[in-house]
Design a binder for this molecule. Sequence first.
Ligand code: KG4
Ligand code: ZN
Length: 336
Amino acid sequence: MNILGIETSCDETGIAIYNTEKQLIISEQLFSQASKHAQYGGVVPELASRDHLIKIIPLIKLTLEEAKLDFDDLNAIAYTAGPGLRGPLLIGASMAKSLAFSLKIPSIGIHHMEAHLLINLLEDPAPKFPFLTLLISGGHCLLINSKALGSYEIVGQTIDDAVGEAFDKVSKLLDLGYPGGPLIEQLAASGDSSAFNFPRPMANKDNLDFSFSGLKTSVFYALKEIDILTQEIKANIAASFQEAVAETLLIKSKKALEKTKQNELVIGGGVASNKYIRNRLINGLKGSQIYFPPLERCTDNGAMVAFAGSFYINKNNHKKNDLVLPKWPLSELKNG
Ligand code: KG4
Ligand code: ZN
């Protein structure tokens, strides 16, 4: 069975084909609009929708060509139904629905964050439910007790900014560009992570929630104190900020593993591609089994949507009939 996956929830048009017999992604294409949005310091939804519209058909054709398949060889189409930006989601959903209708095959609306989580199951070794999940992306920072497919209990979440959002905002303060995560990671590599003592937000609180807006504000005030911002100081700020994020994620993940009595931690989302954070979590949680997707499958991509589709063929994962669900909470997934 060949499942076409379509991801358009934000600023990446991701298309892929997952073959269920081979248990492989046999072809994938990704177009990132990041450079288009960079001049605005963040994603402009209207521009994102237009670009998805321009790219989606050529990318589907390229993906089929690369797999040496025809439209008729497709057996199902999975698309991101939410959460995400309404306009961009609508482009992917209407393409998926109309293609599925004309080919007389099923279309499957996928939850974007569940796709980020499930892509770990394509790896070898693969985690098995139940496990704890840490999803760290541009829109979310979630600790989840993942009990079974479609059955997720949020045990911790950010009360303000998402972790990727904090990277993007600090990058703006340092005048680095968008998206901020990879730029901060690169600059931090030459910096001293102990040069600035930024807070570990909510680390001492007993709950598993996060708060990253105060950390960003601390960077803002630290910058105000500096007369001449040299490249070296910038690198030190980037490294100290990154360490504050890494340690906060580590402290909360450790607490969550204890609270949920899980021993496996499954990580996903764009920030999970940060090698410094990956190493801090691996080294800090030595007694637990940690899973990460490959670097290129942490940020948004079509492969995770195509693969998630394989779990939901002939199953309904949401209660509503809406074409897209921009604010779909992970805890409201209907268990397969
Ligand atoms: O999962 P994703 O591609 O999209 C959302 O679902 O939000 O995550 C994008 C976020 C952006 O905020 C970006 O700055 C961040 O992930 N990110 C990183 C890195 N690569 C991407 N953050 C830290 N380090 C990175 N290497
Ligand atoms: Zn994402």
